[in-house]
Ligand binder design. Structure first.
Ligand code: MN
Ligand code: ZN
Length: 500
C-alpha cells in the first residue's frame, strides 16, 4: 500500500519530533514520560483545560499552537474519558481522532502512547497506529486539482513513543495487514464503474497472488460449463462479460476443511430491464462492496499468514438493460438445478450469489460460508446504517459474528428466517422466484439464498447500509467503508485458526 501516512514506533527517550500528541484521562492525569515531554507545557494544558472547559471526554481534543515551555509547534491532547470505561475499539478511535486533527501538509508527529498509570500495552499502541492509518485514508485519485489543506490526503510521518518498541512492532505487524485489507476494499468500492468492471476487478483480485493466495478466474465459458445459469442470466445484458474469482489461502493444516467467504460483485447495477430511477444511481458502483470485502479479507489473512485454510469467492457482473438482457418472466436454471423465475431484474445480487454459494458449498465443503452483499434497500429501512443485517441457519456462527461485531465496532443484527417467509418466494412457474412482495424484502432475499447453501452452516450479511455511503466515523471518512474486513478477520482469528 502506498500510504501518505507513515507510522513507526520509537522509545520514550526519542520522543521529540514535530507535533506532540499526548493522552489524558478525565482527571487530567498523565504518566511520567508524558510529564517529561510536556515540561512546563503541562501548566498550559491545565489552564487551557480550565478556560476551554476541556473535560478529556473520550475522543475529545485540546489543540494548542506553539505551547509555552516546549519546542513542539503544536500540542494535541486527546481525552480518553474514564479509564475503566475504555473498550478495545476505543483505541482505534483515538488513533482516528489524531489523524483527523492532521492536515495535508507533511507533518512530523510524535504520539506519546502512555496513560496515567504507565506505557500503553503493545496491542493498544498498535490499535492507535491502525486508527491513524484508517482515518487518514482518502480516495482522491481522480482529482487533478488538489488544493493544499483540506482537500488533499493527510500526509504525516508519525512516531508512536512506547515503552517497548519491539513488542509494539510485533503487535502492529499483523494489524497493518488488516488495515491494508480494509483500504483495498475501500479502494475497490470507491473506484468508478467505467474503470472497475468484472474483468478489471478479477485482475485486481489476481494481485493477491503476490501475498501467496491462489487465484482462479472462471470466465463465461467455464461458468457455462458449470451451469451457472443464474449468474450468467444477470451478466448477459452487458458487453462486459461476467467472471467468478476463487481465491484460496492455505495457511492451515493440510486437508483441513476451509472456512469460506462469498461476495456479491455487481460492478454496476442499473436494475437491468426493471431499471432503477436516475436519482443516486451513481451509487450503484458500490454494489460490489461484498466482493471488495472478500478481496480485502483474503489479503489480510494471507499477508499476516493466518493459520487457516480460507476460500474467498466472488461473482462479478454488470447488470445492464440491453437487447440481450434478461426479462422479467424469464426462467433460468441455476447450477444447483433449481429453476428460478425472474420477477424483477433488479433483484440480481441473489441470482449471482445463488450460483457462487452453491459452487463453494459443493466444491470445498467448507466449515461454514459467510456471504456479504449490498443486497436490499429494505435492510436500511430496518437497521439504518449502524448494523449489517445478519441471517443464519446456524446459531453458533450467528453468535460468534455478533460477538466479534461488538468487539470490532462492525456490528451486525440478527434477523429472522423461517418457512412462513420461504413461502413468499414460491413461484407458480418455476421452483423459486427471485423477488417476493415489498414487505420483509431483506428476509425474503435471505430466504432465497438459503435455498442455495444446502446443509452448509451459513450466514448472510446484508451490507447495503454499511458498505458505502454510511455516515463518517472516527476511523473512516471514505465513501466506501471497507466494512466487514475487520469483522471477519476477527471471526477467523478468534475461532478458526488452528494454532497461534
Ligand atoms: Mn439490484
Ligand atoms: Zn444490486
Amino acid at each position: 500500500m502506498s500510504d501518505a501516512v507513515k507510522v513507526g514506533f520509537v522509545p520514550f527517550s526519542a520522543a521529540s519530533r514535530g507535533i506532540l500528541v499526548v493522552f489524558c484521562d478525565d482527571t487530567l492525569k498523565s504518566g511520567a514520560a508524558t510529564r517529561k515531554a510536556l515540561g512546563k507545557a503541562a501548566d498550559t494544558i491545565k489552564r487551557a483545560a480550565a478556560t476551554n472547559a476541556f473535560k478529556a471526554k473520550s475522543g475529545s481534543t485540546l489543540d494548542i499552537l506553539a505551547p509555552e515551555g516546549i519546542k513542539a509547534p503544536r500540542l494535541i491532547v486527546v481525552g480518553i474519558g474514564k479509564p475503566s470505561d475504555i473498550k478495545e475499539k476505543d483505541f482505534l478511535k483515538f488513533g482516528g481522532v489524531i489523524a483527523g486533527k492532521l492536515n495535508a501538509g507533511s507533518d512530523a508527529v510524535t504520539v506519546i502512547a502512555e496513560l496515567a498509570d504507565g506505557a500503553m500495552q503493545p496491542d493498544t499502541a498498535a490499535a492507535i497506529a491502525s486508527g491513524i492509518r484508517l482515518r487518514a485514508y482518502k480516495f482522491d485519485r481522480y482529482k487533478t486539482k488538489k488544493k493544499d489543506g483540506e482537500n488533499g490526503a493527510v500526509r504525516a510521518d508519525v512516531s508512536i513513543a512506547v515503552g517497548d518498541v519491539a513488542a509494539a512492532k510485533k503487535a502492529f505487524a499483523p494489524e497493518q495487514h488488516i488495515v491494508d485489507g480494509v483500504i483495498i476494499a475501500r479502494e475497490l468500492v470507491n473506484e468508478p464503474p467505467n474503470v472497475l468492471y468484472p474483468e478489471e476487478f478479477a485482475r485486481r483480485a489476481s494481485q493477491l497472488k503476490k501475498v501467496g493466495v491462489d487465484v482462479e478466474i472462471l470466465d463465461v465459458k467455464a461458468m457455462t460449463k458449470l451451469g451457472m445459469g443464474a449468474l450468467l442470466g444477470v451478466a448477459q445484458g452487458s458487453t462486459r462479460p461476467g467472471r467468478t474469482v476463487i481465491m484460496r489461502w492455505n495457511g492451515g493444516k493440510k486437508g483441513e476443511q476451509p472456512v469460506a467467504f462469498v461476495g456479491k460483485g455487481v460492478c454496476f447495477d442499473t436494475g437491468g430491464i426493471s431499471i432503477k430511477g436516475a436519482a443516486n444511481m451513481e451509487d450503484m458502483k458500490g454494489d460490489m462492496g461484498g466482493a471488495a470485502c472478500v478481496v480485502g479479507l483474503m489479503h489480510a489473512l494471507a499477508a499476516r499468514k493466518a493459520k487457516v485454510n480460507a476460500v474467498g469467492a466472488i461473482g462479478l457482473v454488470e447488470n445492464m438493460p440491453d437487447g440481450n438482457a434478461q426479462r422479467p418472466g424469464d426462467i433460468v436454471t441455476s447450477m444447483s438445478g433449481q429453476t428460478i423465475e425472474i420477477i424483477n431484474t433488479d433483484a440480481e445480487g441473489r441470482l449471482v450469489l445463488a450460483d457462487v454459494l452453491w459452487y463453494v458449498a459443493k466444491k470445498f465443503k467448507p466449515k461454514f460460508m459467510v456471504d456479504l452483499a449490498t443486497l436490499t434497500g429494505a435492510i436500511m429501512v430496518a437497521l439504518g446504517t449502524e448494523h449489517a443485517g445478519l441471517f443464519s441457519n446456524n446459531d453458533e456462527l450467528a453468535e460468534r459474528l455478533t460477538k466479534v461485531g461488538i468487539e470490532t465496532g462492525e456490528r451486525v443484527w440478527r434477523m429472522p428466517l423461517g418457512p412462513e417467509y420461504d413461502k413468499m418466494i414460491d413461484s407458480q412457474f418455476a421452483d423459486v422466484k427471485n423477488a417476493g412482495a415489498r414487505n420483509g424484502g431483506s428476509i425474503t432475499a435471505a430466504q432465497f439464498l438459503q435455498r442455495f447453501v444446502d446443509d452448509t452452516p451459513w450466514a448472510h450479511l446484508d451490507i447495503a447500509g454499511t458498505a458505502m455511503g454510511a455516515p463518517k466515523t472516527d476511523i473512516n471518512h471514505s465513501w466506501g467503508s471497507g466494512y466487514g474486513v475487520r469483522l471477519l478477520e476477527r471471526l477467523v482469528t478468534e475461532y478458526y485458526e488452528t494454532t497461534k
